[in-house]
Design a protein around this ligand. Structure first.
Ligand code: FAD
Length: 405
C-alpha cells in the first residue's frame, strides 16, 4: 500500500510524483510508455514587458472559443510564472528570456531550455526522484475504489497484478494515438478517461481534438513527425499543387490553419494521393520554408533542417509535404483547480485526482500552442500535492486545504 499511485509517465505524472515525494508521501508510478511529453519543445510563460498574466488569460480564453473553464485558465496562467523560479529557461546575451510566438498568442510567449523543455524536465525529475519512486512498466486496466482505498489492476502482457493506494493521480495523456495518421504514440488511447468514468467521473468535450496543421506525410521515415508552425512567422508559407501560395492569416490559431489546409485539399488542389485509393489518402500541401532566411533556419530550426537533410531533403531549397493530423485531445476528465476529479453533480470523488491531457476544460475547443506544456507542469504539481493531503486521511486538514485553494 502506498500513499499515492500515479498512472502515467509523461510530465503530468512525473510532476505529480515529484510533488508527492517532496510532501513526504510514498509513491508508485505505473506507465506503459513515455507519452508525448518528451516532444514538448516550448511552453508559455508571460515573461516579456509587453506581456502579462491578464493577456495570457485573455489569449487562452479567446483561443478556447468560449469553452474553457475560467477557473482552470486562471490557475494555469497565474501559476505559470512560478515556473521561472524552478527552470533555467534560455536567455539572450542581454539577459532577457528567449521567446517565440506560438500560433494564437498575441505576443511571443514560448520559453524553453535548448528547444527541449519536455525532455529536459523529465530527465531532471527522474534524476532527482531516482530510488524514491517505485516505477512499474505496465498498462493499468482497471481501478476499484472500496471505501477510501484504491486497488489498481495492471497488465504486463502475460503477467497481471494489482497495487493498492490511498490516492490516485490519473495522468494518462490523451487519445490521439488511436488515429491512423497522428503524431502521437499508439499507447495514448484515452484509457485514463475510461478508468475515471468507471469510478463515476464526469467527462467533457470528448469530440474536441486539435489537429497539428503541419505533420510530415513524406519522406516515409518522417511520416507522423510534426514540423514546427512558428516558421510561418519567419517567412514560411503554404503552397498548393499548382504552386500557388495560400497562407491563411499567419497569426491564426492551429485550428484555423488546419481548416484552411483541409479546404484547399477538398477543392482538389492538394498534393499527392497518387495511389488511386478512393477517397484519396496521403494528400497534403507544401510547407515551403525556402523564404525563411537561411541563418534563421540553421539556428532556430536546426533540428528540422537536420532531420530532413538526413532523408535527403534540403528544406532551405525545397518544400516539405505535410498534412494536418490529430495532435492533442482537448476534452477529458472534469477536474477543479485542485485537480480533484468531479462527478457529474460537481462533487469530488475522494482521493481521485487527474492532470494533463487526460483532463478537459483548460483549453476549451482549441489549445493555444505552448499551453499544454505549461498545463502539465502546473497541474501535475497541484495534483501531486493535493493527492498527498487526501492520502493522509485527515478530513479537517483536507477540507481546510481545499477551502483555502
Ligand atoms: C509531437 C508533439 C509535440 C508537442 N510539442 C508541444 C510543445 O512544444 N508545447 C506544448 O505546450 N505542447 C506540446 N505538445 C502537447 C504535449 O506534448 C502534451 O499535451 C503533453 O505532453 C501531455 O502530457 P501528459 O503528461 O498529460 O501526457 P503524456 O506525456 O502523453 O503521457 C501519458 C502517459 O500515460 C501513459 N499511459 C496511458 N495509458 C496508460 C495506461 N492505461 N496505463 C499506464 N500508463 C498509461 C503513457 O504511456 C504515458 O506515459 C506536443 C505534442 C506532440 C504530439
Amino acid at each position: 500500500m502506498v500513499d499515492v499511485l500515479v498512472i502515467g509517465g509523461g510530465l503530468a505524472g512525473w510532476r505529480a510524483a515529484e510533488a508527492a515525494v517532496k510532501a513526504g508521501a510514498s509513491v508508485t508510478l505505473i506507465a506503459n510508455g513515455t507519452g508525448n511529453s518528451p516532444d514538448i519543445h516550448a511552453i508559455n510563460v508571460p515573461v516579456r514587458a509587453d506581456d502579462s498574466i491578464e493577456l495570457f488569460i485573455d489569449d487562452t480564453l479567446k483561443s478556447g472559443g468560449g469553452a474553457c473553464e475560467p477557473e482552470l485558465v486562471e490557475t494555469l496562467c497565474r501559476e505559470s510564472v512560478k515556473l521561472l523560479d524552478e527552470f533555467p529557461f534560455d536567455r539572450g546575451a542581454d539577459g532577457s528570456y528567449k521567446t517565440i510566438q506560438p500560433l494564437g498568442c498575441s505576443v511571443p510567449r514560448c520559453v524553453s531550455i535548448d528547444h527541449k523543455i519536455g525532455a529536459w524536465a523529465l530527465a531532471k525529475i527522474k534524476r532527482e526522484l531516482s530510488g524514491k519512486v517505485s516505477v512499474i512498466q505496465a498498462r493499468v486496466t482497471k481501478i476499484i475504489q472500496n471505501c477510501s482505498l484504491f486497488t489498481i489492476h495492471y497488465s504486463r502482457g502475460d503477467d497481471d497484478a494489482s497495487a493498492s493506494a490511498r490516492s490516485v493521480v490519473i495522468a494518462t495523456g490523451g487519445w490521439c494515438g488511436k488515429y491512423d495518421f497522428s503524431d502521437n504514440p499508439p499507447e495514448l488511447r484515452g484509457d485514463g478517461i475510461a478508468l475515471a468514468q468507471s469510478l463515476g467521473a464526469a467527462v467533457r468535450d470528448l469530440d474536441a481534438v486539435q489537429y497539428e496543421p503541419t505533420v510530415a506525410l513524406a519522406p516515409t521515415r518522417l511520416r507522423g513527425i510534426p514540423v514546427i508552425t512558428t516558421m510561418l512567422h519567419e517567412g514560411a508559407t503554404f503552397r498548393n499543387r499548382l504552386g500557388e501560395e495560400f497562407l491563411p492569416d499567419k497569426y491564426a490559431n492551429k485550428d484555423a490553419i488546419s481548416r484552411a489546409i483541409f479546404a484547399e485539399i477538398e477543392a482538389g488542389r492538394g498534393v499527392g494521393g497518387g495511389s488511386g485509393a478512393e477517397p484519396p489518402v496521403d494528400v497534403g500541401i507544401w510547407y515551403d520554408a525556402t523564404g525563411v532566411p537561411r541563418a534563421i533556419l540553421e539556428t532556430r530550426y536546426a533540428d528540422t533542417v537536420q532531420r530532413y537533410a538526413a532523408c535527403g531533403v534540403d528544406i532551405t531549397r525545397e518544400p516539405m509535404l505535410v498534412a494536418p493530423a490529430p495532435h492533442t485531445s482537448l476534452g477529458g476528465v472534469v477536474i477543479d483547480a485542485s485537480c480533484r476529479v468531479l462527478r457529474p453533480d460537481g462533487t469530488p470523488i475522494p482521493g481521485l485526482f487527474a492532470a494533463g491531457e487526460v483532463t478537459g476544460g483548460v483549453h476549451g475547443r482549441n489549445r493555444l500552442g505552448g499551453n499544454a506544456g505549461t498545463e502539465v507542469l502546473v497541474f501535475g504539481r497541484i495534483a501531486g500535492r493535493a493527492s498527498v493531503l487526501a492520502s493522509r486521511k485527515n478530513p479537517g486538514m483536507e477540507a481546510a486545504y481545499f477551502a483555502f485553494k
